[in-house]
Design a protein around this ligand. Sequence first.
Ligand code: PLP
Length: 425
Amino acid sequence: MKTSKSFYEKAKGLMPGGVNSPVRAFEPYPFFTDHAEGSRLFDVDGNAYIDYCMAYGPLLLGHAPSEIVEAVRRQLGKGTMYGTPTEAEVELAELLVEVVPCVEMVRVVNSGTEATMHALRVARGCTGKDKIVKFEGCYHGAHDYVLVQAGSGATAFGAPTSLGVPKDSAKNTLVVPFNNLGALEEVVEKNQGEIAAVLMEPVVGNAGVILPRNGYLQAVRRLTEKNGIILIFDEVITGFRLALGGAQEYFQITPDMVTLGKIMGGGFPMAAFGGKKELMQLVSPVGKVYQAGTLSGNPISVVAGLTMLNILREKKTLIYSQLERQGDALRKGLSDLAEDRKVPVQVNGLASMFQVFFTPQPVFDYKAAQSSDKAKFQRYHRKLMERGVFIPPSQFETCFLSTAHSEEDVAETLEAADAAFQSLR
Ligand SMILES: Cc1ncc(COP(=O)(O)O)c(C=O)c1O
């Protein structure tokens, strides 16, 4: 790790923490990547890792799938940015309307942060109300309104609410525990007529993985509908991952709006918000909710995303069943090995998402996730890395499978996990 270390020493004097996004920093220093292919990352010191970070979610087909690389190469020869509409954007919008149940109209942006920021603006613009509800441990990007008890990096770095967020923007964000219908009912009751939107990750992917209890999402849908509150599913992680149509297809619940990102960009920066036509017609230039972006819908990202989504649509039966099978094998394997080695863990997840929590307590909400032994998790992370397996360096992230992970990769990963659990007793 000599070369990574020297890059890190230089980087930390130039960039905060030596990184361009906080979750990438870990002790004693992160490895620097040279290249990636399929299920593997290769660092600048010549080490290879089976990768379950997968760039924090976008790479459902693994690193650098040839179809996407080729499509982008072709587009590069035709220009990188136009600032005018393209046919590919229309094709992309058509595809999103076809496959994501709640989408009747869509606006493409560049990041998940932008998507949630603008979806909330639409909800507020439509209802004329300022308050929103979010859930403990759910992360919706790094803008002011949602940086309140957010998961992901905000948790791992011990700053659930960031400095610099004006009290006035945070005061309109009401926070309730996930999987607790009573708490949500109470907040809705107390703020009757004042709430514009409920914003939620239908499966929490930013506090480790936390699944909704049976019937919970249905109940949230009923409650929001009854009270005229716009329900926004943040499917930046779950979109195109749990099923082609995301969590809303998987759980058969249609929200009013959705935010999408990660997989949608095919490994390039692209995200979107969409929903009912009556809501999306409020967006500029037809409506009075302002939204804009120089890079939005740029031809490189659109071509990459379109190639990704077309592959997923064409091969969806095969792809999603394979991911589910591999995910089940990995989750069961991890759970059995930890039990054999007498390390109390919870292995949460579904489809191609998973995470190991070092706690004997079932993890159904953020508080339970926090009961996990973080020091043990760090040692587990380190041990896996020593054996050529890379998972996100935080307990509060999600591990992702891709179609590039083979059965041999999974078997190798379980061997590494066994050694890691053994060292943790
Ligand atoms: C559920 C969810 N929403 C929004 C975001 C923000 O997306 P971005 O990092 O592209 O701004 C993330 C990022 O991890 C996310 O997981």
